[in-house]
Write a protein that binds this ligand. Sequence first.
Ligand code: GLU
Length: 298
Amino acid sequence: MNPKLLSHHAENLAYRSELKQRKKIVVKVGSSSLLHAETGRMDYRQIDMLTRELSNIKNGGREVILVSSGATAVGREVIHFDRRDPMDDSRITFKQACAAIGQARLMMIYQKFFSDYNQIAGQVLMTKNTVTNVLSNYNIRNTFAELLRLGVVPIVNENDSVATYEYSVGDNDHLSAMVCSLVGADLLILLSDIEGLYTDDPRRSSNAEFIEYVDNLTEEMLQMGKGSTGSESGTGGMSTKLSAAQIATKSGCDMVIASSRDLHILDDIMEGKNVGTLFRSRKDPDFDLREYIEATMD
Ligand code: GLU
């Protein structure tokens, strides 16, 4: 292992055990984690495991928010759209219609599974405007606070049916980091089909080394993720995860990137086990989410 990574190992292990104390957890799950890769259809075993793990974390005395992708992908499945036909799929209105269909279906499924575990789930749909508009920003904070006070699990997604280019956040990595900043979460877990951060793309380079701990996100690291590709059904690659890490850590929230292959990993993370890549929170007292979004997202 390279000396820089090695020097962080002890620090990582010490800091990991502090995650047990985290109280307000945002978990983001990507479309690829909820669907069968071969067919694009729902993977109920994953949804069952996800809702069970989250319910358990909540029953342990924590507040939990789920940011779930999948609206468009589920909508496509509901109307039996053949993914090999690119004609419709390139039209924005078609995608927005799919999102309208799929978001409702997705919530129906989440409601069902969460109620099996005795939890109430509520839907929160946002766009970039929800954060940048002063009044909406104020309202959404209050809504989250009230939902959590009522013991509800908020399930968040972008409002894809109305968010066109200029209003859209575009990916749920950013969206979940924004939610963390709005609600004052202390831990963000990004679940996807990748295990965490590597020094290089592990699919292309055999020298790529796994990074288990990021003490301080540097400009060099942000550049490292540029150009990385996302999975087939989601929009987030490593680049969006790294810039989400910037929002989360500056807002005073730790962040872990982890693989959703076995969702018991959620429990492992909460137990302080050394899994995934941990970005340590570095609260910046001058960080203002609204200003940051205005300045960095066009
Ligand atoms: N909001 C999109 C959806 O639910 C997903 C965005 C993402 O994949 O990051 O379909």
